[in-house]
Write a protein that binds this ligand. Structure first.
Ligand SMILES: *Cc1c(COP(=O)(O)O)cnc(C)c1O
Length: 451
C-alpha cells in the first residue's frame, strides 16, 4: 500500500525527464533535508551527493549566509523588474561582481531565470548582432552531437540529444550539428590526439558546407556534462580555436556546469584558454539555492547590440530577480572569501582525479576520466571490445540503483556514470565516495555475473 504522500504525488505531479508511469508503479524517494555534501531521505537514509543536486550546489548544502541574504532581500524588496528604466541593488551588484571574475574582455551580464532561457537569449542576441552588423544572412548555429544546452525549444534544438529531438519535432530550422570529441565511443583506431583533431575539423567542414556568410555562431560546452562528462582530447580546443580565428562567426561557450569554480578556475574559458564572445551561466551561479541564469557578453558583442542604441526586445519577468540575485551574489562572495575555487585547484580536484583513476582497474570500467570536479566512467562488459553491459544502456540504470542503495548519488548518462560533487567536499568525503563507487561497481558486476 502506497503512502498517502506517494498517492498524491502520483495523482498530481508530472515530473520532468521521467517515465511518470513507472514512477507511479515503483514509488519515488522523498528528499527532505541536506547538510554539507549529504542529502537525506524522509526515512532518514543518508546519501553522499556526488552530483551536487544537478551539477549546481557548488558551495554545499546548509549555508545560513545564503538563507539570510534571501530573507533580508525578501523583506526589503521581494520583487521589482528591470524593464521600466529601473534596476535593483542586487541585480546591479551581481552584474558587477560577475564581470569582475569573468575574462577581461567580458563586462556585461544579461540575466535570465535558468540556463535554458539563457541559451534562448543567446539565440536571439546573436541573430540581432548580425542584423545590426548588416549581415542578415548569418543566422545558422553550429552545435555538436550529444551536447546539452537546455530544454526549451531553442536550447533543446541547440543541444544534440536525439532522444530530445524526437519529441516536439526538433531541432528547429537554423541549427546544424557537428562531431563531438568523444574518443572512447567514436575514436575507432585513432589515437586520442588524432581523434581530437578530426572531431574539431568537422566544425571547419560544416562552415565550408553551410557557408561562412550563413553562420551566426558555434556553441559548445567546454566539456560535455549531461552527455557523460566527455572531456575532449588535448588537441581539440586548440584546433577549434584555430578554426574560429579563421572565420567570422561568434563563439558561445556554455558554462552552465563549468562556471563558478568547477574546473578550479572561475570559468573553464580560463582552464582551456578560450576567448568566447558569450558565456552561458546558471547552476553554480547561486549554488542552486534559487533559480537564476544569464549570459556574460564580450565587449565586441556589447558594442554592437548595446552600442547601436536601440531596444533589445527581449527579457523575462524574473530577469535579475532581486532575491535570486542577492543569493547568487552572496554565493560568489563566499566562494571568493573562503578561497574555495583556489582550494579546488590546488588540492581537492587533483585528489579527486587521482582517486577516481583507481576505478579504471575495475573489470567493468572501460575508461575513467575527468577534470576539475567532474568525472565519469564508461561501463563495459569487455574492456578490449568495449561491449556494453546490456543493450539500451540498461547497465547504467542498474549501476545507478546500486549506487543509491549504497548511499551515493551518481548519475547515469546512458552507459556512463558521472559525478560532479559540491566543491567543498573534503578528502575524507572523497575517500567515502570512492569506496562507495567501488562497492557499486562490484554489485553491478555481480548482477551481470562478471565477477
Ligand atoms: C543544465 C544545463 C543547461 C540548462 O540549464 P537549466 O537551468 O536546466 O535550464 C544548459 N546548458 C548546460 C551545459 C547545462 O548543463
Amino acid at each position: 500500500m502506497k503512502s498517502e504522500f506517494q498517492q498524491k504525488n502520483t495523482a498530481h505531479h508530472f515530473q520532468p525527464f521521467s517515465d511518470n508511469k513507472e514512477l507511479a508503479e515503483k514509488g519515488i524517494k522523498l528528499i527532505s533535508k541536506a547538510e554539507g555534501v549529504y542529502i537525506y531521505e524522509d526515512n532518514g537514509k543518508k546519501y553522499l551527493d556526488g552530483m551536487a543536486g544537478l551539477w549546481c550546489v557548488n558551495i554545499g548544502y546548509g549555508r545560513k549566509e545564503l538563507v539570510e541574504a534571501a530573507s533580508q532581500q525578501m523583506t526589503e524588496l521581494p520583487y521589482y523588474n528591470l524593464f521600466f528604466k529601473t534596476t535593483t541593488e542586487p541585480a546591479t551588484e551581481l552584474a558587477a561582481k560577475i564581470a569582475s571574475i569573468a575574462p577581461a574582455h567580458m563586462n556585461k551580464v544579461f540575466f535570465t531565470g535558468s540556463g535554458s532561457d539563457a541559451n534562448d537569449t543567446n539565440f536571439r542576441m546573436v541573430r540581432r548582432y548580425w542584423d545590426l552588423k548588416g549581415k542578415p544572412s548569418k543566422k545558422t548555429f553550429i552545435s555538436r552531437q550529444n551536447a546539452y544546452h537546455g530544454s526549451t525549444v531553442a536550447a533543446a534544438s541547440l543541444g544534440g540529444m536525439g532522444y530530445m529531438h524526437e519529441q516536439g519535432d526538433l531541432p528547429i530550422d537554423g541549427v546544424v550539428h557537428v562531431d563531438q570529441p568523444y574518443w572512447f565511443a567514436e575514436g575507432g583506431d585513432l589515437s586520442k590526439d588524432e581523434f581530437g583533431l578530426k572531431a574539431a575539423q568537422s566544425l571547419e567542414a560544416k562552415i565550408l558546407e553551410v557557408g561562412e556568410e550563413n553562420i551566426a555562431a558555434f556553441i559548445a560546452e567546454p566539456f560535455q556534462g549531461a552527455g557523460g562528462v566527455i572531456t575532449p582530447p588535448d588537441t581539440y580546443w586548440p584546433e577549434i580555436k584555430r578554426i574560429l580565428a579563421k572565420y567570422d562567426i561568434l563563439f558561445i561557450l556554455d558554462e552552465v556546469i563549468s562556471g563558478f569554480g568547477r574546473t578550479g578556475e572561475w570559468f573553464a574559458s580560463e582552464y582551456f584558454d578560450l576567448k568566447p564572445d558569450m558565456i552561458t551561466i546558471a547552476k553554480g551561479m547561486s549554488s542552486g539555492y534559487l533559480p537564476i541564469g544569464g549570459v556574460i557578453i564580450s565587449d565586441k558583442v556589447a558594442d554592437v547590440v548595446i552600442g547601436e542604441g536601440a531596444d533589445f526586445n527581449h527579457g523575462y519577468t524574473y530577469s535579475g530577480h532581486p532575491v535570486a540575485a542577492a543569493v547568487a551574489l552572496k554565493n560568489i562572495e563566499l566562494l571568493e572569501s573562503e578561497g574555495i575555487v583556489e582550494q579546488v585547484k590546488a588540492e581537492i580536484s587533483p585528489y579527486l582525479q587521482q582517486r577516481w583513476q583507481e576505478l579504471a582497474d575495475h573489470p567493468i570500467v572501460g575508461e575513467a576520466r575527468g577534470l576539475g570536479m567532474v568525472a565519469s566512467i564508461e561501463l563495459v562488459k569487455d574492456k578490449t571490445t568495449k561491449e556494453r553491459l546490456a543493450p539500451n544502456a540498461a547497465g547504467g540504470n542498474v549501476c545507478r540503483d546500486y549506487s543509491m542503495d549504497n548511499g551515493l548519488i551518481m548519475r547515469s548518462c546512458g552507459d556512463i556514470m558521472v559525478i560532479s560533487p559540491p566543491l567543498v567536499i573534503s578528502k575524507t568525503e572523497i575517500d567515502e565516495l570512492i569506496e562507495k563507487a567501488k562497492k557499486t561497481l562490484d554489485d553491478t558486476a555481480r548482477f551481470y555475473n562478471l565477477i
